[in-house]
Ligand binder design. Structure first.
Ligand code: AGP
Length: 397
Protein backbone atom coordinates (compact mmCIF):
# COMPACT_ATOMS: atom_id res chain seq x y z
CA UNK A 1 0.00 0.00 0.00
CA UNK A 2 1.51 3.38 -0.93
CA UNK A 3 0.36 6.64 0.60
CA UNK A 4 1.51 9.30 -1.86
CA UNK A 5 1.84 12.90 -0.74
CA UNK A 6 3.42 15.86 -2.49
CA UNK A 7 6.89 15.13 -1.18
CA UNK A 8 6.86 11.51 -0.14
CA UNK A 9 5.57 7.97 -0.68
CA UNK A 10 4.81 6.05 2.50
CA UNK A 11 4.93 2.28 1.86
CA UNK A 12 3.23 -0.29 4.10
CA UNK A 13 2.38 -3.98 3.65
CA UNK A 14 -1.20 -5.12 4.24
CA UNK A 15 -0.38 -5.63 7.93
CA UNK A 16 0.49 -1.93 7.99
CA UNK A 17 4.16 -2.76 8.56
CA UNK A 18 6.49 -0.17 7.02
CA UNK A 19 8.14 -1.24 3.76
CA UNK A 20 11.24 0.06 2.07
CA UNK A 21 11.73 -0.19 -1.69
CA UNK A 22 14.53 0.59 -4.14
CA UNK A 23 13.49 3.70 -6.02
CA UNK A 24 14.38 3.79 -9.74
CA UNK A 25 14.22 7.11 -11.53
CA UNK A 26 12.55 6.52 -14.93
CA UNK A 27 13.27 9.36 -17.35
CA UNK A 28 9.87 10.54 -18.63
CA UNK A 29 9.65 13.37 -21.12
CA UNK A 30 6.42 15.08 -20.06
CA UNK A 31 5.97 16.63 -23.52
CA UNK A 32 5.73 13.11 -24.92
CA UNK A 33 2.41 12.67 -23.15
CA UNK A 34 0.79 15.80 -24.58
CA UNK A 35 -1.23 15.87 -27.81
CA UNK A 36 0.97 18.68 -29.18
CA UNK A 37 -1.83 20.14 -31.30
CA UNK A 38 -3.21 16.89 -32.68
CA UNK A 39 -6.91 16.04 -32.17
CA UNK A 40 -5.98 12.66 -30.75
CA UNK A 41 -2.92 10.90 -29.32
CA UNK A 42 -3.45 8.25 -32.01
CA UNK A 43 -2.86 10.70 -34.86
CA UNK A 44 0.13 12.17 -33.05
CA UNK A 45 1.63 8.72 -32.54
CA UNK A 46 1.06 7.78 -36.21
CA UNK A 47 2.62 11.05 -37.40
CA UNK A 48 5.65 10.84 -35.12
CA UNK A 49 6.73 7.42 -36.41
CA UNK A 50 9.64 8.77 -38.50
CA UNK A 51 11.08 10.28 -35.32
CA UNK A 52 10.35 7.35 -33.02
CA UNK A 53 11.63 4.86 -35.59
CA UNK A 54 14.88 6.84 -35.83
CA UNK A 55 15.17 6.38 -32.05
CA UNK A 56 14.70 2.63 -32.50
CA UNK A 57 17.39 2.45 -35.19
CA UNK A 58 19.82 4.93 -33.62
CA UNK A 59 23.22 3.36 -33.12
CA UNK A 60 21.89 -0.05 -34.14
CA UNK A 61 21.92 0.23 -37.97
CA UNK A 62 25.22 1.30 -39.57
CA UNK A 63 24.89 1.18 -43.41
CA UNK A 64 28.43 2.53 -43.94
CA UNK A 65 29.79 -0.61 -42.29
CA UNK A 66 27.01 -2.86 -43.69
CA UNK A 67 26.26 -3.77 -40.08
CA UNK A 68 23.31 -3.82 -37.72
CA UNK A 69 23.16 -5.00 -34.15
CA UNK A 70 21.19 -4.78 -30.96
CA UNK A 71 22.93 -4.29 -27.63
CA UNK A 72 21.56 -5.95 -24.52
CA UNK A 73 20.85 -9.43 -25.90
CA UNK A 74 23.22 -10.93 -23.32
CA UNK A 75 24.17 -13.60 -25.87
CA UNK A 76 27.74 -14.57 -26.74
CA UNK A 77 28.70 -14.83 -30.41
CA UNK A 78 28.59 -18.63 -30.07
CA UNK A 79 25.16 -18.58 -28.42
CA UNK A 80 23.92 -16.35 -31.25
CA UNK A 81 25.43 -18.59 -33.91
CA UNK A 82 23.96 -21.73 -32.31
CA UNK A 83 20.35 -20.49 -32.46
CA UNK A 84 18.40 -22.85 -34.71
CA UNK A 85 14.82 -22.06 -33.75
CA UNK A 86 13.04 -18.86 -32.75
CA UNK A 87 9.64 -18.70 -31.09
CA UNK A 88 8.04 -15.25 -31.13
CA UNK A 89 5.41 -14.63 -28.45
CA UNK A 90 2.92 -11.78 -28.17
CA UNK A 91 -0.71 -10.66 -28.14
CA UNK A 92 -2.71 -8.42 -30.46
CA UNK A 93 -0.63 -5.99 -32.45
CA UNK A 94 2.57 -7.32 -30.89
CA UNK A 95 1.62 -10.76 -32.21
CA UNK A 96 1.12 -9.34 -35.70
CA UNK A 97 4.45 -7.50 -35.51
CA UNK A 98 6.00 -10.88 -34.72
CA UNK A 99 4.18 -12.51 -37.65
CA UNK A 100 5.53 -9.93 -40.11
CA UNK A 101 9.07 -10.10 -38.68
CA UNK A 102 9.03 -13.91 -38.89
CA UNK A 103 9.06 -13.67 -42.71
CA UNK A 104 12.14 -11.44 -42.52
CA UNK A 105 13.94 -13.74 -40.09
CA UNK A 106 13.34 -16.72 -42.37
CA UNK A 107 14.51 -14.77 -45.44
CA UNK A 108 17.65 -13.55 -43.66
CA UNK A 109 18.84 -16.67 -41.85
CA UNK A 110 19.21 -19.86 -43.89
CA UNK A 111 17.89 -22.90 -42.07
CA UNK A 112 16.37 -20.97 -39.16
CA UNK A 113 12.87 -22.12 -38.20
CA UNK A 114 10.50 -19.57 -36.69
CA UNK A 115 7.19 -20.04 -34.90
CA UNK A 116 4.92 -17.16 -33.93
CA UNK A 117 2.58 -17.85 -31.02
CA UNK A 118 -0.35 -16.09 -29.38
CA UNK A 119 0.74 -15.91 -25.75
CA UNK A 120 -2.68 -16.85 -24.33
CA UNK A 121 -2.63 -20.03 -26.44
CA UNK A 122 0.97 -21.09 -26.01
CA UNK A 123 0.95 -20.74 -22.21
CA UNK A 124 -1.71 -23.47 -21.87
CA UNK A 125 -0.51 -25.80 -24.64
CA UNK A 126 1.70 -28.80 -23.99
CA UNK A 127 4.21 -27.41 -26.48
CA UNK A 128 7.71 -28.60 -27.19
CA UNK A 129 10.59 -26.35 -28.19
CA UNK A 130 13.55 -27.84 -30.09
CA UNK A 131 17.04 -27.50 -28.64
CA UNK A 132 18.89 -24.28 -29.45
CA UNK A 133 15.61 -22.32 -29.30
CA UNK A 134 15.32 -18.72 -28.21
CA UNK A 135 12.07 -16.98 -27.32
CA UNK A 136 11.44 -13.40 -28.45
CA UNK A 137 8.83 -11.85 -26.16
CA UNK A 138 7.02 -8.86 -27.68
CA UNK A 139 5.08 -6.35 -25.66
CA UNK A 140 4.62 -2.58 -25.97
CA UNK A 141 3.51 -2.18 -22.35
CA UNK A 142 5.61 -4.98 -20.90
CA UNK A 143 2.68 -5.74 -18.57
CA UNK A 144 0.35 -7.98 -20.63
CA UNK A 145 -0.73 -10.80 -18.33
CA UNK A 146 -0.80 -13.60 -20.90
CA UNK A 147 2.56 -12.61 -22.36
CA UNK A 148 4.11 -12.42 -18.87
CA UNK A 149 2.69 -15.82 -17.89
CA UNK A 150 3.95 -17.33 -21.16
CA UNK A 151 7.39 -15.82 -20.58
CA UNK A 152 7.53 -17.41 -17.12
CA UNK A 153 6.52 -20.83 -18.55
CA UNK A 154 9.14 -20.66 -21.31
CA UNK A 155 11.82 -19.60 -18.81
CA UNK A 156 10.78 -22.45 -16.51
CA UNK A 157 11.67 -24.79 -19.38
CA UNK A 158 15.15 -23.30 -19.54
CA UNK A 159 14.68 -21.44 -22.85
CA UNK A 160 16.59 -18.16 -23.27
CA UNK A 161 14.12 -15.27 -23.47
CA UNK A 162 14.72 -11.92 -25.18
CA UNK A 163 12.30 -9.05 -24.74
CA UNK A 164 11.34 -6.55 -27.46
CA UNK A 165 9.59 -3.99 -25.26
CA UNK A 166 8.65 -0.32 -25.36
CA UNK A 167 7.89 0.49 -21.71
CA UNK A 168 11.14 0.95 -19.80
CA UNK A 169 11.32 -0.82 -16.46
CA UNK A 170 8.17 -2.86 -17.12
CA UNK A 171 7.60 -6.28 -15.56
CA UNK A 172 8.36 -8.27 -18.71
CA UNK A 173 11.49 -6.16 -19.34
CA UNK A 174 12.69 -7.06 -15.86
CA UNK A 175 12.02 -10.79 -16.20
CA UNK A 176 13.53 -11.64 -19.60
CA UNK A 177 17.14 -12.89 -19.84
CA UNK A 178 18.02 -10.08 -22.23
CA UNK A 179 16.48 -7.95 -24.91
CA UNK A 180 15.95 -4.46 -26.21
CA UNK A 181 13.79 -1.44 -25.68
CA UNK A 182 12.32 -0.16 -28.95
CA UNK A 183 12.48 3.49 -27.71
CA UNK A 184 9.21 4.52 -29.41
CA UNK A 185 8.35 6.76 -26.45
CA UNK A 186 5.14 6.57 -24.40
CA UNK A 187 2.25 5.19 -26.46
CA UNK A 188 -0.90 6.71 -24.95
CA UNK A 189 -3.58 5.69 -27.44
CA UNK A 190 -5.03 2.24 -26.78
CA UNK A 191 -4.49 1.36 -30.44
CA UNK A 192 -0.84 0.52 -30.95
CA UNK A 193 0.81 2.07 -34.02
CA UNK A 194 4.35 3.42 -33.54
CA UNK A 195 5.22 0.49 -31.29
CA UNK A 196 4.27 -1.97 -34.07
CA UNK A 197 6.60 -0.24 -36.52
CA UNK A 198 9.46 -0.10 -34.01
CA UNK A 199 8.97 -3.72 -32.92
CA UNK A 200 9.16 -4.97 -36.53
CA UNK A 201 12.27 -2.86 -37.11
CA UNK A 202 13.94 -4.15 -33.93
CA UNK A 203 13.13 -7.76 -34.82
CA UNK A 204 14.53 -7.23 -38.32
CA UNK A 205 17.77 -5.93 -36.79
CA UNK A 206 17.85 -9.11 -34.69
CA UNK A 207 17.50 -11.09 -37.93
CA UNK A 208 20.37 -9.18 -39.52
CA UNK A 209 22.51 -9.74 -36.42
CA UNK A 210 21.71 -13.47 -36.46
CA UNK A 211 22.48 -13.66 -40.18
CA UNK A 212 25.80 -11.84 -39.65
CA UNK A 213 26.70 -14.34 -36.93
CA UNK A 214 25.79 -17.28 -39.21
CA UNK A 215 27.38 -15.88 -42.35
CA UNK A 216 24.33 -15.23 -44.56
CA UNK A 217 25.10 -13.60 -47.91
CA UNK A 218 26.34 -10.01 -47.56
CA UNK A 219 24.26 -8.87 -50.54
CA UNK A 220 20.94 -9.79 -48.86
CA UNK A 221 22.16 -8.32 -45.57
CA UNK A 222 23.10 -5.12 -47.32
CA UNK A 223 19.61 -4.77 -48.82
CA UNK A 224 17.95 -5.15 -45.41
CA UNK A 225 20.37 -2.76 -43.73
CA UNK A 226 19.91 -0.14 -46.44
CA UNK A 227 16.13 -0.48 -46.26
CA UNK A 228 16.08 -0.23 -42.46
CA UNK A 229 18.12 2.96 -42.67
CA UNK A 230 15.76 4.39 -45.32
CA UNK A 231 12.55 3.35 -43.55
CA UNK A 232 11.98 6.53 -41.45
CA UNK A 233 12.30 8.79 -44.51
CA UNK A 234 10.02 6.52 -46.54
CA UNK A 235 7.32 6.67 -43.85
CA UNK A 236 7.80 10.44 -43.54
CA UNK A 237 7.27 10.80 -47.30
CA UNK A 238 3.91 9.02 -47.13
CA UNK A 239 2.76 10.91 -44.04
CA UNK A 240 3.69 14.25 -45.55
CA UNK A 241 2.34 13.73 -49.06
CA UNK A 242 -0.56 11.31 -48.79
CA UNK A 243 -2.26 11.89 -45.43
CA UNK A 244 -5.05 14.02 -46.96
CA UNK A 245 -5.76 11.67 -49.86
CA UNK A 246 -5.91 8.73 -47.45
CA UNK A 247 -8.39 10.68 -45.34
CA UNK A 248 -10.57 11.38 -48.39
CA UNK A 249 -10.73 7.71 -49.32
CA UNK A 250 -11.24 6.54 -45.72
CA UNK A 251 -14.20 8.82 -45.07
CA UNK A 252 -16.08 7.26 -48.01
CA UNK A 253 -16.08 3.93 -46.12
CA UNK A 254 -16.96 5.25 -42.66
CA UNK A 255 -20.60 4.13 -42.83
CA UNK A 256 -19.93 0.45 -43.55
CA UNK A 257 -20.32 -2.07 -40.72
CA UNK A 258 -18.25 -4.93 -42.17
CA UNK A 259 -14.81 -5.15 -43.74
CA UNK A 260 -12.43 -7.82 -45.03
CA UNK A 261 -8.67 -7.22 -45.23
CA UNK A 262 -6.65 -9.41 -47.61
CA UNK A 263 -2.92 -9.80 -48.17
CA UNK A 264 -0.44 -12.44 -49.30
CA UNK A 265 2.97 -13.39 -47.89
CA UNK A 266 4.37 -10.47 -45.85
CA UNK A 267 1.11 -8.59 -46.47
CA UNK A 268 -0.91 -11.29 -44.69
CA UNK A 269 0.21 -10.17 -41.19
CA UNK A 270 -0.31 -6.60 -42.35
CA UNK A 271 -3.89 -7.46 -43.36
CA UNK A 272 -4.46 -8.95 -39.91
CA UNK A 273 -3.06 -5.84 -38.23
CA UNK A 274 -5.12 -3.54 -40.49
CA UNK A 275 -8.30 -5.37 -39.52
CA UNK A 276 -7.44 -5.13 -35.82
CA UNK A 277 -6.72 -1.40 -36.07
CA UNK A 278 -10.03 -0.74 -37.84
CA UNK A 279 -12.19 -2.90 -35.56
CA UNK A 280 -10.78 -1.66 -32.25
CA UNK A 281 -11.29 2.07 -32.93
CA UNK A 282 -14.18 2.21 -35.46
CA UNK A 283 -16.18 -0.79 -34.10
CA UNK A 284 -16.65 -1.96 -37.72
CA UNK A 285 -16.58 -5.75 -37.75
CA UNK A 286 -13.32 -6.39 -39.66
CA UNK A 287 -11.30 -9.50 -40.26
CA UNK A 288 -7.97 -10.13 -41.91
CA UNK A 289 -7.35 -13.08 -44.20
CA UNK A 290 -4.60 -14.59 -46.30
CA UNK A 291 -5.44 -13.67 -49.90
CA UNK A 292 -5.07 -17.26 -51.03
CA UNK A 293 -7.89 -18.26 -48.64
CA UNK A 294 -10.49 -16.07 -50.38
CA UNK A 295 -12.15 -18.94 -52.23
CA UNK A 296 -12.04 -21.17 -49.15
CA UNK A 297 -14.87 -19.18 -47.58
CA UNK A 298 -14.59 -15.39 -47.23
CA UNK A 299 -15.69 -14.83 -50.86
CA UNK A 300 -19.21 -15.76 -49.67
CA UNK A 301 -19.22 -12.57 -47.59
CA UNK A 302 -18.89 -10.22 -50.55
CA UNK A 303 -21.98 -8.04 -50.91
CA UNK A 304 -22.97 -4.39 -50.46
CA UNK A 305 -22.69 -4.61 -46.67
CA UNK A 306 -18.92 -5.19 -46.91
CA UNK A 307 -15.93 -3.34 -48.20
CA UNK A 308 -12.64 -5.07 -48.84
CA UNK A 309 -9.09 -3.79 -48.36
CA UNK A 310 -6.71 -5.53 -50.75
CA UNK A 311 -3.01 -5.08 -50.02
CA UNK A 312 -0.75 -5.52 -53.06
CA UNK A 313 2.98 -5.08 -53.42
CA UNK A 314 5.35 -5.17 -56.36
CA UNK A 315 6.36 -8.79 -56.05
CA UNK A 316 5.92 -12.19 -57.61
CA UNK A 317 2.47 -12.47 -56.01
CA UNK A 318 1.10 -9.23 -57.51
CA UNK A 319 -0.82 -11.02 -60.27
CA UNK A 320 -2.28 -13.50 -57.75
CA UNK A 321 -3.56 -10.58 -55.68
CA UNK A 322 -4.97 -8.93 -58.80
CA UNK A 323 -6.93 -12.11 -59.52
CA UNK A 324 -8.28 -12.06 -55.94
CA UNK A 325 -9.37 -8.50 -56.63
CA UNK A 326 -11.10 -9.53 -59.89
CA UNK A 327 -12.98 -12.29 -58.05
CA UNK A 328 -14.30 -9.73 -55.56
CA UNK A 329 -15.16 -7.19 -58.26
CA UNK A 330 -17.06 -9.89 -60.19
CA UNK A 331 -19.32 -10.27 -57.13
CA UNK A 332 -19.97 -6.55 -56.82
CA UNK A 333 -17.42 -5.99 -54.07
CA UNK A 334 -16.22 -2.56 -52.92
CA UNK A 335 -12.43 -2.86 -52.96
CA UNK A 336 -9.94 -0.35 -51.59
CA UNK A 337 -6.53 -1.33 -52.97
CA UNK A 338 -3.50 -0.22 -50.93
CA UNK A 339 -0.32 -0.70 -52.92
CA UNK A 340 3.22 0.38 -53.74
CA UNK A 341 2.73 -0.69 -57.36
CA UNK A 342 2.14 1.71 -60.23
CA UNK A 343 0.58 -0.96 -62.39
CA UNK A 344 -3.07 -0.69 -63.48
CA UNK A 345 -5.40 -1.85 -60.69
CA UNK A 346 -9.16 -2.15 -61.21
CA UNK A 347 -10.62 -1.26 -57.81
CA UNK A 348 -13.27 1.11 -56.47
CA UNK A 349 -10.50 3.07 -54.75
CA UNK A 350 -6.72 2.83 -55.02
CA UNK A 351 -4.26 4.27 -52.49
CA UNK A 352 -0.84 4.16 -54.10
CA UNK A 353 2.30 4.96 -52.17
CA UNK A 354 5.66 5.86 -53.61
CA UNK A 355 8.40 3.88 -51.92
CA UNK A 356 11.75 2.60 -53.11
CA UNK A 357 11.63 -0.15 -50.48
CA UNK A 358 11.06 -3.75 -51.53
CA UNK A 359 11.54 -6.02 -48.49
CA UNK A 360 10.22 -3.52 -45.91
CA UNK A 361 7.42 -1.93 -47.99
CA UNK A 362 4.78 -3.81 -45.90
CA UNK A 363 5.74 -1.61 -42.93
CA UNK A 364 5.03 1.52 -45.00
CA UNK A 365 1.79 0.06 -46.36
CA UNK A 366 0.73 -0.56 -42.75
CA UNK A 367 1.14 3.14 -41.98
CA UNK A 368 -1.49 3.79 -44.67
CA UNK A 369 -3.80 1.34 -42.85
CA UNK A 370 -3.19 3.16 -39.55
CA UNK A 371 -4.32 6.47 -41.07
CA UNK A 372 -7.19 4.72 -42.90
CA UNK A 373 -8.52 3.28 -39.61
CA UNK A 374 -7.98 6.55 -37.75
CA UNK A 375 -9.95 8.68 -40.22
CA UNK A 376 -12.84 6.21 -40.35
CA UNK A 377 -13.04 6.09 -36.54
CA UNK A 378 -12.82 9.88 -36.28
CA UNK A 379 -15.54 10.26 -38.93
CA UNK A 380 -17.75 7.94 -36.85
CA UNK A 381 -17.27 10.20 -33.85
CA UNK A 382 -15.70 7.49 -31.68
CA UNK A 383 -13.46 8.01 -28.69
CA UNK A 384 -10.44 7.20 -30.83
CA UNK A 385 -7.86 7.11 -28.02
CA UNK A 386 -9.97 5.23 -25.49
CA UNK A 387 -12.19 2.82 -27.48
CA UNK A 388 -15.06 1.22 -25.60
CA UNK A 389 -14.36 -1.99 -23.62
CA UNK A 390 -10.57 -1.83 -24.19
CA UNK A 391 -7.57 -0.96 -22.00
CA UNK A 392 -4.10 0.10 -23.05
CA UNK A 393 -2.52 -2.73 -21.13
CA UNK A 394 -4.36 -6.02 -20.61
CA UNK A 395 -2.99 -6.88 -17.19
CA UNK A 396 -5.71 -9.42 -16.48
CA UNK A 397 -6.60 -12.57 -18.43
C1 AGP B 1 -3.34 -3.09 -30.29
O1 AGP B 1 -3.76 -1.93 -30.97
C2 AGP B 1 -4.20 -3.37 -29.09
N1 AGP B 1 -4.29 -2.27 -28.21
C3 AGP B 1 -3.80 -4.67 -28.40
O2 AGP B 1 -4.04 -5.72 -29.31
C4 AGP B 1 -2.32 -4.77 -27.93
O3 AGP B 1 -1.46 -4.86 -29.04
C5 AGP B 1 -2.18 -6.05 -27.09
O4 AGP B 1 -3.00 -5.91 -25.94
C6 AGP B 1 -0.73 -6.33 -26.67
O5 AGP B 1 -0.27 -5.30 -25.87
P1 AGP B 1 1.30 -5.25 -25.50
O6 AGP B 1 2.06 -5.05 -26.76
O7 AGP B 1 1.42 -4.08 -24.56
O8 AGP B 1 1.66 -6.56 -24.84
Amino acid sequence: MAVCTAGAVDLKDLDAQPLTAKVEQVEADMSAIQKQGYDHFLLKEIMEQPTTLRSTLNGRVIPAENRAQLGGLNLTADELRDIEHVVIIGCGTSYYAGMLASYYLEQLVDGLTVDVEIASELRYRSFNLPKNSVALVLSQSGETADTLACLREVRRRGVKTLGVINAVGSTIAREVDGGVYVHAGPEISVASTKAFTSQVAALTIFGVQLAQAKGTSAQLLNQYIEELAALPDEIEHVLKNQKDSIQQVAEKYATYEHALFLGRDTLYPVAMEGALKLKEISYIQAEGYAGGELKHGPLALVDDRFFEVMLLQNDWLFEKSVSNLAEINARGGHVVAITNSHKQIDAEAVIRIDTKLERLSPIVLNVVQQLFAYYIAAARGNDVDQPRNLAKSVTVE
